[in-house]
Design a protein around this ligand. Structure first.
Ligand SMILES: Nc1ncnc2c1ncn2[C@@H]1O[C@H](COP(=O)(O)OP(=O)(O)OP(=O)(O)O)[C@@H](O)[C@H]1O
Ligand SMILES: [Mg+2]
Length: 138
């Protein structure tokens, strides 16, 4: 699906629509430019799943975890690989343990992941079209 949004709220609405289709255990890749809306989208998704903690960019913490409550989905893990260069750092995360049926994982800049073992279930592409305009391809 291809969308054009003109506000952060609209992008979050698209995230909320996607949230309704999730079953739990999905790994979602968020691909696109700086400031294109990947973290904003994640914020909308967490809110739609009943999370009450405001999503912040995990750039300096690598990974943030948010409790949510939507059927059997109890947790959202938000990872930002932007500053990730060391594969040892990736192993230290033991990401494999994070992949659970009660968890949705969203990863910004997932290029750091070995795609063989980390096939995303959903890929979302974000494009900055200037001002508040963004193109979102799910
Ligand atoms: N249509 C829109 N959709 C999403 N965000 C928008 C839109 N219009 C304006 N914005 C603003 O653009 C910024 C997007 O920042 P955000 O942190 O979500 O981007 P990002 O893709 O996660 O960037 P980074 O790669 O640096 O982590 C926010 O300040 C948001 O309010
Ligand atoms: Mg971000």
């Amino acid at each position: 699906m291809n969308y054009t949004t003109t506000s952060a709220e609209q992008t979050q609405k698209i995230a909320a629509d996607l949230a309704k289709t999730l079953k739990g255990g999905e790994f979602i890749s968020l691909i696109g430019d700086l400031g294109a809306g990947k973290t904003t989208f994640t914020r909308g998704l967490v809110e739609a799943l009943g999370g009450t903690v405001r999503v912040k960019s995990p750039t300096f913490t690598v990974m943030n975890e948010y409790p949510v409550n939507a059927g059997n989905i109890k947790r959202v893990v938000h990872i930002d690989f932007y500053r990730f260069t060391d594969p040892a750092e990736l192993e230290a995360l033991s990401l494999e343990d994070e992949r659970r049926p009660d968890t949705i994982i969203l990863a910004e800049w997932p290029d750091a992941l070995p795609t063989v073992t980390w096939k995303s279930d959903i890929e979302i592409y974000f494009k900055h079209l200037g001002d508040d305009k963004r193109e979102i391809l799910i």
